[in-house]
Design a binder for this molecule. Structure first.
Ligand code: EPU
Length: 423
C-alpha cells in the first residue's frame, strides 16, 4: 500500500492538463456491451476504477486493448454474469447491469455492499429496469435480471428521496436504447457525464433526446454499432486542482477543462475571494489566489448545483479561509469522514446532521492522516499543501481510484510530494 508524503509550504505555479472524466468513462466503457462491433474510447483516465471496469469487461469475454488514454473494446461474444470478485471492488460496476440485460436478456451482478460515504441503494436502478419489463430476483447476494421476451419502452420516474440518480439514469437509458418502442425517463439526472454517455450512445446509433435535462426520451433501435468517442474533461479533478491553486498557488493554469461544467465550483471558489479566469474558448482556466478571503455557505445539489464530489475538497480550502463557512451535503449526508482527519491537522470543524460548520484557522499543521474514500483523500492532500511540516497520507489507493497521476501533476506544479511504499 502506498502513502503520500506532502511537505507543506511550497507555492504552486505553472500549468497542467486535466484528464478525461472518470465518472463519464465508467458508464461509457460499460456501454460498449451494447454492441458486438468495436468501440474506441479516447481520454479514458488511467485510474484504478477504469482499470476495474476494463477487467470486468474482459472477464465478461470482451476483447479489450488499452494504449495510453485510448481503449478499444469489442464485445462480440459475452457472458451475462459479472464476476463477484471484480464487481465488489467498485460500486460503479453496477452500470454493466442495464447494458447486459439489453444485449443478453439476462444480467447477474452482485448487489453492491455498504460504502463509506453512506448508504448507497440501487432500488431506483431496479425500479427503472423493472418498468422496462425485467424480472428482478435476488439470490446468494446477486441481483438476477431477466427479460426473456426483450425489453419494452415505458414511462419511468427516477426521483428518489435524495433527488435523481446518476448511474440509475445511465443504466435505464442504456437498457432503453435496445428496448422496443419509446422510453421516457422523468426526474433524470442531468449531470454532464449522463449527457456524455448519451452522446456516445447516439454515435452508436441510439435515438436519445433530452439528455442533460430532467426528461430523457429514448426511441428503441434494433442494434447499435461501432463508435469512436472522446470522453469529456473531469470537472471534479479540475475543481480539486482549482482548490489546490486557491490554497497554495500563485498563478496556476488548468488546461482541457470545460467552463460550462465548472460554473458552480467556480462560483464557490470566487465567493471565497479567489479569482478564476477562463480563456475565450472556455477550455483553459487560471486560478489566482485572492487576498481578501471569506467563508462561504454551500449546499450540495444535483447538477447544475454544487457537486457532492467537491464537498470534501472545498471543506479543506475553507479550513484555512477566514470566517465561518457552512457546507451541507444533501446527497450523501454521511460523507464527512475527512473532517475528523482535518481536525487532527488543526482544523476547527463541527459536523452535525449532514452539515459541517468550518471556522477558518490561520494555519494547519502536519499529522499522520488516513484516507477514507476518494474525495476525502483529495481533501487531505489539499490541506497538507499549506500545513506546516510533512503530512503522511496513508491508504493512497483511495485517491488512485479517481485521480490520474495526482502526485506527478502536483510535482509539475512545484509541490513537494513523494509517494512511498507503506511498510
Ligand atoms: N440513491 C437511491 N437509490 C438508488 C440510487 C441512488 O436512493 O437506486 C440515492 C443515493 O443513496 C444518493 C442519491 O440517490 O443519496 C444520489 O446517488 P446517485 O445514484 O446519483 O450516485 P451514483 O450514481 O451511484 C455517481 C457518482 C458519484 C457521485 C454521485 C452523485 C459515478 C461512478 N459515481 O454515483 O461519484 O457522488 O453520482 O453525484 O458516476 C465520486 O466520484 O467520488 C463519486 C462517489
Amino acid at each position: 500500500m502506498d502513502k503520500l508524503i506532502v511537505h507543506g509550504g511550497t507555492t504552486l505555479r505553472g500549468s497542467i492538463n486535466i484528464s478525461g472524466s472518470k465518472n463519464a468513462s465508467l458508464p461509457i466503457l460499460a456501454g460498449a456491451i451494447l454492441t458486438g462491433e468495436p468501440c474506441i474510447i479516447r481520454r479514458v483516465p488511467d485510474v484504478s476504477d477504469t482499470n476495474y471496469m476494463i477487467q470486468i469487461l474482459s472477464a465478461l469475454g470482451a476483447d479489450v486493448e488499452r494504449s495510453s488514454g485510448t481503449v478499444r473494446i469489442t464485445c462480440e461474444d459475452i457472458s451475462d454474469e459479472a464476476p463477484y470478485e471484480l464487481v465488489r471492488r467498485m460500486r460503479a460496476s453496477i452500470c454493466v447491469m442495464g447494458p447486459l440485460l439489453a444485449r443478453k436478456g439476462r444480467a447477474v451482478v452482485s448487489l453492491p455492499g455498504g460504502c463509506v460515504i453512506g448508504d448507497r441503494p440501487v432500488d431506483l436502478h431496479l425500479r427503472g429496469l423493472e418498468a422496462l419489463g425485467a424480472k428482478v430476483e435476488f439470490e446468494g447476494g446477486n441481483i438476477i435480471l431477466t427479460a426473456k421476451d426483450g425489453l419494452k419502452g415505458a414511462e419511468i420516474d427516477l426521483r428518489g428521496t435524495h433527488g435523481p440518480t446518476v448511474l440509475g439514469t445511465d443504466n435505464v437509458m442504456m437498457a432503453a436504447t435496445l428496448a422496443e418502442g419509446q422510453t421516457i425517463i422523468e426526474s433524470a439526472a442531468a449531470e454532464p457525464e449522463v449527457l456524455d454517455l448519451a452522446n456516445f450512445l447516439n454515435a452508436m446509433g441510439a435515438k436519445i433526446t433530452g439528455a442533460g435535462t430532467r426528461r430523457i426520451v429514448i426511441e428503441g433501435v434494433k442494434e447499435l454499432h461501432a463508435v469512436e468517442h472522446t470522453v469529456i474533461p473531469d470537472r471534479i479533478e479540475a475543481g480539486t486542482f482549482m482548490a489546490a491553486a486557491a490554497l497554495a498557488g500563485d498563478e496556476v493554469k488548468l488546461r482541457r477543462v470545460c467552463r460550462e461544467h465548472m460554473k458552480a465550483i467556480t462560483a464557490a471558489i470566487e465567493q471565497s475571494g479567489h479569482r478564476v479566469e477562463f480563456n475565450e474558448a472556455g477550455d483553459v482556466c487560471t486560478v489566482i489566489r485572492g487576498e481578501n478571503l471569506q467563508g462561504v455557505d454551500l449546499v450540495t445539489a444535483p447538477y447544475p448545483g454544487y457537486p457532492t464530489d467537491m464537498q470534501a475538497q472545498m471543506t479543506a480550502l475553507l479550513a484555512t479561509t477566514p470566517g465561518i463557512s457552512v457546507i451541507k451535503d444533501t446527497i450523501f449526508p454521511q460523507r464527512f469522514m475527512h473532517c475528523a482527519e482535518l481536525k487532527r491537522m488543526g482544523a476547527d470543524i463541527t459536523v452535525d446532521n449532514g452539515t459541517a460548520v468550518i471556522r477558518g484557522v490561520a494555519q494547519l499543521s502536519a499529522a499522520p492522516v488516513m484516507a477514507s474514500d476518494l474525495r476525502a483523500s483529495a481533501a487531505l492532500v489539499l490541506a497538507a499543501l499549506t500545513a506546516t511540516g510533512s503530512t503522511q497520507i496513508s491508504r493512497l489507493y483511495h485517491i488512485d481510484r479517481g485521480y490520474e497521476h495526482i502526485d506527478e501533476k502536483l510535482l509539475m506544479l512545484g509541490a513537494d510530494v513523494e509517494r512511498v511504499k507503506d511498510r
